[in-house]
Design a protein around this ligand. Structure first.
Ligand code: DUC
Ligand code: ZN
Ligand code: ZN
Length: 478
């Protein structure tokens, strides 16, 4: 019997730490050998001239999430995980969203039912807590953490999701006690409402109003408030989708104080600007996401943060809606005001090529830093390491074979997500995923799905080592 089910031969293996010429041997879905030469495999892939990378892990994606009356997300778990795999990913982390008045456990079971038996690659759910009742905080959340749902997101804006400062503090307190990692959507609810009402009164209802209603100061204030609450409670937090200098500097300031404040950014904040929301007619709606893209100086600030290590994660925040659809961006109310344009853009398939091209090919970051930002750190921060996020014996055989020289132009026609557009239509990149191996299965190869079995699992994750408090005692509880 051959020693390996699959051997990837002749490539350059890149991890967050090393770049070496090596073969990779795979058996039973795991990596079992990384060596100068592996012999005896049932199947071989010739990776000469190519890079062999840990499969991308996208730890911030929204799939089949309830988006309010009359609005439908463009991806289900089948289409989202296929698009992810085509874009070089082997694991994604969507959200199980609690609705106010409903149980958190019920939300998890409902999303699990949507995912199970549908996914091409592995998924691991974060929780969204919108109603932190004593029952949720005292019973449901601790039990769900033990079941492997070890991170959750809280929102500082949106009518249906916003938590008060007191609720944030209570949720942070449970996270500290239980060792959960909290993701924070940092935009201030009241400031956005104030701006939205003023803009609407002034007749500024086009999609650009979305960017005008939530300027950087709104994000900076919320980031600072979240950081302050986290310091008070002594809980680590991850500020997600940081869009520009103001919030980035809050995170950098917190890190310099020794606080465990981490940050994520996304492709839209290094490539798009608010001017995209100002396109003619309703075209700008295609770019409505929160926080909104800013300007070129903000893009420089995000690169500064990436280069200085302020950011640990680069995720897509994939939140797909169709454009030309009454259930999507062009819903009837959306035409009347930006306030009703669903927030979010598709990006699950284009995240890796955009960062590779703008980062590695443009000479801004090393290959190893690319791997760290797109795979390894996602596994480490969200309790999947050392199962995923690297190439070494014992890791899941989740691998992307990458052509660093291939030039491509991003086109909707060639993508696999459920949206009817991409914000990056016509965007040119250097560097492209060629083959995706998920759990030892070759699922996507040179533009085609070759194993379509929905064998992706719903993962249980460990507690994050990054969620351990600093050990500064908070106020006594009695
Ligand atoms: N927040 C997200 O995290 N994703 C999409 C939209 C939003 O507001
Ligand atoms: Zn968010
Ligand atoms: Zn999001």
């Amino acid at each position: 019997m051959p020693a390996f089910d699959l051997a990837i031969r002749g490539g350059t293996v890149v991890t967050a730490a090393d770049t070496v010429r090596a073969d990779v041997g795979i058996r039973d879905g795991r990596i079992v050998a990384v060596a100068e030469r592996v012999e005896g495999a049932s199947r071989e892939i010739d990776a000469s001239g190519l890079l062999v990378l840990p499969g991308g892990i996208d730890s911030h994606v929204h799939i089949a999430q309830d988006s309010g009356p009359g609005i439908t997300m463009a991806d289900d778990f089948a289409s989202a995980t296929r698009a992810a795999a085509a874009g070089g990913n082997t694991c994604v982390m969507p959200f199980a969203m609690q609705k106010k008045g409903e149980s958190l456990r019920g939300a998890v079971e409902a999303y699990r039912r949507l995912a199970e038996g549908q996914c091409l690659i592995d998924v691991g759910f974060h929780l969204i807590i919108s109603d932190p009742t004593p029952e949720v905080l005292g019973q449901e959340l601790p039990a769900l953490l033990k079941d492997g749902f070890t991170s959750f997101k809280v929102f500082m804006t949106y009518d249906d999701l916003v938590l008060s400062d007191r609720q944030l503090l209570d949720v942070f307190d449970v996270a500290r006690q239980e060792g959960a990692l909290v993701m924070v959507h940092a935009e201030g609810y009241d400031a956005i409402r104030y701006m939205t009402e003023r803009l609407e009164r002034a007749g500024r209802t086009a999609p650009i109003g979305h960017a005008l209603s939530r300027p950087e100061v709104v994000e900076r204030e919320a980031a600072h408030r979240a950081i302050s609450h986290a310091e008070l409670v002594d809980v680590p937090i991850m500020i997600v989708h940081v869009s520009g200098r103001e919030a980035m500097e809050q995170v950098r300031w917190a890190q310099a104080r020794g606080l465990k404040v981490y940050a994520e950014t996304c492709p839209q904040y290094i490539t798009l600007t608010a001017e995209d929301l100002d396109r003619v007619d309703m075209e700008g709606a295609k770019y409505v996401c929160s926080p909104p893209p800013r300007d070129q100086e903000s893009q420089r600030a995000i690169w500064e943060g990436i280069e200085q290590g302020v950011f640990q994660l680069f995720s897509s925040d994939h939140c797909p809606f169709r454009y030309d659809d009454p259930k999507g961006k062009l819903n009837p109310r959306g035409r009347s005001s930006f306030r009703w344009v669903p927030n979010g853009i598709p990006g699950i398939e284009t995240r890796l090529p955009i960062l590779f091209s703008e980062g590695v090919s443009a000479g801004r970051i090393s290959l190893n830093r690319f791997v760290e930002l797109t795979s390894t750190n996602h596994a480490k921060f969200y309790g999947l390491y050392p199962r995923k996020g690297s190439i070494a014996p014992g890791f899941d055989a989740d691998i992307t074979i990458w052509d660093p020289a291939r030039r491509e132009t991003i086109r909707q026609d060639a993508l696999h997500h459920g949206s009817d557009y991409t914000p990056w239509e016509g965007f040119e990149v250097t560097g492209w995923p060629v083959t995706t191996v998920a759990g030892g299965r070759v699922v996507f190869d040179r533009g085609r799905f070759v194993d379509e079995a929905p064998a992706g699992r719903v993962l249980q994750r460990d507690l994050s080592p990054y969620a351990v408090p600093r050990g500064r005692a908070p106020a006594p509880s009695a």
